[in-house]
Each structure stands twice: as structure tokens, then as C-alpha cells.
Design a protein around this ligand. Structure first.
Ligand code: GLU
Ligand code: ZN
Length: 293
């Protein structure tokens, strides 16, 4: 396959646990989408939430990716090494009046609309300035009344009034770390990512990310969200639901391909991981993926 510098994809795991079947599906989907088009595929460690980082998880994830033949391009980017970039993005937002300091504690926010889909909507206490006696606990992006939308390659048009659904959202947290929403936007832009392929749990984060891209003058990539892998209880596989780690073998790779609706190499002796992956790359078609919503 000729290389196609116009496609740049990525897999962005958090090293808060080992690679489980759900994160394998995200990794495989983004890899196949990139490599079937001759694109580049990067790995980025989203390790900003240091309290959640598990020792050994990063190398465990990388070894598992290698074991499955999911070989990334370039060096692994670590968010923990990029704080200066997030700092300057936040400074840009503050200078433009598009972010402001918030003094609300968790308790100040507890009483507001806990049933809202993306968690409680921020009621805007600190929009007009930090209330007297409050100290800065976080910085929030100042939303406006624009409806953000994008055309997901699988789920189609997705629209959201961020101001109504989430309200002014945190870009730097009270306890120091920059929020995922800001870091992911800065890094997708810095790595020149053209195509984001990731789990559908992030569909409703995408409008927030588009708002930040526009505020910071970044291009918006194409999005392809993948159906979520669920356990027998219907919960998303995650570290929180204690999804077991996967080990690289042909059976697991076949199962992941099947989950993504991709044609499988006929079962038979002698089909190793490498051959299964090669076949998958040759036959990959994102239109075969079945959405779950
Ligand atoms: N780090 C995020 C996660 O593990 C994924 C972020 C992304 O792909 O945008 O859920
Ligand atoms: Zn506040």
C-alpha cells in the first residue's frame, strides 16, 4: 500500500489499566481505517490524570498492541510531557474572553439538574466574575448559543447545543490537571490528525471539542465513532466495570474483527495473527460496522 500522508489517525488510551476488549476494538478500528488507506497511525498516552495512572499499564498496552500487530508510526506522545502546550491554549482562551476562572466546589454544583445527559449542567455561577470569597478552583470554557454539529461517518449528523446540554465546561481542573476536552483538541491539532476513530461513548464530547477547535483556530477532523462493546450486564467495557485484559492471539483478533462487522479469513489451520491482520486490512470497509444506537 502506498503511504498516504493525507490520512493521520490515532489511538489515545489512558494508562489507567491494561488493554481490554473494548479498547482493543478502538485500537483495531482506528488502525484499520488508517492503514487500509495507507495513512499514518499514532499512539498517544492520555496520562494527565496521574491519580488514575496504573504503573505498568502503559508498557502493557504498548506490548499488547505490538502483539496484535498494531504497529504505530513515530514516537508515542505522552500528554504529561505537553503541559506547556495546554497552558498556552488556556492562555489564548482567557485572553479572548472565552474561558474564565470558576470558584465552585463540588458541593456548590451538587444541587443542579443531576439528571442531565452529560452530568449536571454548570449553572454559570462564576460567569460574571469570581463571587466574593471564592478562590479559583477551575477554568471553564465560556459556551455560546451556537449549535455545534458534525457528520459522523457511521452515526451521521450529530448536533448539540453545548451551552444547554453541558454548559460552561471545565478545561483545567481544580486539582491542577488540564481536562481531557482541552488536551485532546490541542494534541489532535498538533499531530495533524485528520480522522478520529474512537468509541461512541465520546460522541457527545465531540461538540465540546469542536467548540474548542473553533475557539483556538484549529481544523476539525473527520469523526468515526465505533459501537461500544458491552458486557453481559449491558455496561460499557472499561476499567470501572473491571474488563479483563486481552492477550494477543488469533481468537481475540477474530472476535474484534467480528465485532466490527469485518469479513473474516476462513477458519483453518495455519492462520496466524499476521495473516488475519493482512486479510483484514485488504478487506476493511467501515460501512460494514453496525451502529448500536
Ligand atoms: N483517552 C480516552 C479514553 O481512553 C480516549 C480519547 C479519544 O480517543 O479521544 O477513553
Ligand atoms: Zn463557578
Amino acid at each position: 500500500m502506498d503511504s498516504n500522508p493525507l490520512y493521520r489517525g490515532r489511538f489515545a488510551p489512558s494508562p489507567s489499566g491494561y488493554l481490554h476488549f473494548g479498547s482493543l476494538v478502538s485500537a483495531l478500528g482506528s488502525y484499520l481505517d488508517a492503514k487500509s488507506r495507507g495513512g499514518l497511525w499514532f499512539v498517544r498516552m492520555e496520562d494527565l490524570d496521574t491519580a488514575r495512572n496504573v504503573p505498568g499499564a502503559e508498557s502493557g498496552i504498548l506490548r499488547a498492541l505490538e502483539g496484535f500487530g498494531l504497529v504505530w508510526d513515530g514516537p508515542v506522545l505522552r500528554q504529561s510531557a505537553r503541559l506547556a502546550h495546554y497552558e498556552s491554549a488556556l492562555a489564548t482562551l482567557l485572553e479572548q474572553g472565552l474561558a474564565y476562572p470558576c470558584g465552585c466546589s463540588r458541593r456548590d454544583l451538587l444541587t443542579h439538574d443531576p439528571a442531565a445527559p452529560a452530568g449536571p449542567r454548570y449553572p454559570g455561577h462564576c460567569r460574571q466574575g469570581l463571587p466574593p470569597g471564592k478562590i479559583i478552583r477551575s477554568f471553564r470554557y465560556k459556551t455560546n448559543d451556537i449549535e455545534h454539529y458534525f457528520n459522523d461517518r457511521l452515526y451521521g449528523i450529530f448536533r448539540q447545543r453545548v451551552d444547554q446540554v453541558v454548559g460552561d465546561f471545565v478545561v483545567r481542573r481544580a486539582d491542577g490537571p488540564f481536562a481531557y476536552q482541552l488536551a485532546v483538541v490541542v494534541d489532535d491539532a498538533a499531530q495533524g490528525i485528520t480522522d478520529v476513530v474512537r468509541g461512541a461513548d465520546l460522541l457527545d464530547s465531540t461538540p465540546r471539542q469542536i467548540a474548542l477547535q473553533q475557539a483556538l483556530g484549529f481544523a476539525t477532523p473527520q469523526y468515526l465513532h465505533l459501537p461500544l462493546v458491552r458486557n453481559a450486564q449491558g455496561e460499557k467495557l472499561s476499567k470501572q466495570t473491571r474488563a479483563p485484559a486481552v492477550t494477543p492471539d488469533a481468537t481475540t483478533l477474530r472476535r474484534a474483527l467480528r465485532f466490527l462487522g469485518q469479513p473474516e479469513l476462513p477458519q483453518g489451520a495455519g492462520h496466524d495473527l499476521h495473516e488475519i491482520m493482512k486479510y483484514a486490512l485488504q478487506h476493511y470497509d467501515y460501512r460494514l460496522i453496525k451502529k448500536d444506537l
